[in-house]
Write a new protein. Structure first.
Length: 261
């Protein structure tokens, strides 16, 4: 999953693709590099990011989705917390909603997903997704597994079929360094839910905290996490660096394919 941030303030590439033409060109480049799906967002979810008004988010993402829907053949995902933005994006040609605020109790987003029979990425992010205030889990792996099961029941009650749902453990969202490492080490436990698993680790701050690496130095660790995730059963890797990640994933798959049964 290639990342297309149509934002001025995303932590890695904020401002580079705020212009519609620049965003579309970047997206098409990611497709050429091997992306199987594009995730398009108009609101940064980095820690401390300022909320974006609905009209502004629509202004940023809808023209990009409309253009890409006529130019490329791979699926488009809208990365948003707002039901109205999801609705407009699905009308414009997106087919999946990537929802980092899936912990909400209001079911408006899920009704939009049901209406369009869209894919839905359900991410664990306790509290506000842009905050990192002292998260506490007695058992982070069990707690998130329980959260996913509860969300799936709620989604089905709203008319979203289980086969529309992908789970994301929310690396870096309301998680300490230790929680992030525990989740990566125990990803296979989430495969018992029988739904695809998405992992987003690309250049995130927990890598810097562990290794003392700045943003431009985090690619090797991001690839290590991606390869480990694939080895543990992850199906989708969300990344800024498509060429390098495709190589790492293909090599991992080639080795795993030779494992003796």
């Amino acid at each position: 999953m290639g990342i297309v941030n149509v934002t001025p303030d995303s932590f890695f590439d904020g401002g580079k693709f705020l212009d519609v033409d620049a965003a579309v060109a970047h997206a098409r480049k990611l497709v050429e590099q091997g992306a199987d799906i594009l995730d398009i967002g108009g609101e940064s979810t980095r820690p401390g990011a300022e909320p974006v008004a609905e009209n502004e988010e629509l202004r940023r993402v809808i023209p990009v989705i409309e253009q890409l829907a006529t130019k490329i053949k791979i699926p488009l995902s809208i990365d948003t917390m707002k039901p109205a933005v999801a609705h407009a994006a699905l009308q414009a040609g997106a087919s999946t909603v990537n929802d980092v605020a899936a912990n909400r109790e209001n079911d408006a987003m899920w009704k939009v997903v049901s209406e369009f029979h869209a894919g839905y990425i359900c991410m664990d992010a306790p509290g506000k997704p842009t905050m990192q205030n002292n998260p506490v889990y007695a058992d982070v792996v069990r707690a998130i597994g329980d959260f996913f099961q509860e969300r799936l029941r709620r989604l089905i009650a709203c008319g979203v079929a289980a086969d529309q749902v992908v789970f994301d453990v929310g690396i870096g969202f309301g998680k300490t360094l230790e929680y992030n490492l525990q989740l990566l080490a125990n990803l296979r436990s989430f495969t018992t839910l029988a739904r695809p698993l998405l992992i987003g680790v690309s250049r995130k701050s927990f890598i810097g905290k562990l290794l003392g690496a700045n943003l431009n130095e985090r690619l090797p660790a991001s690839l290590a996490c991606a390869s480990l995730a694939v080895g543990s059963g992850a199906h989708i890797i969300r990344t800024h660096d498509v060429v390098e990640t495709v190589q790492a994933v293909r090599m991992t798959e080639a080795v795993l394919g030779r494992t003796k049964k």
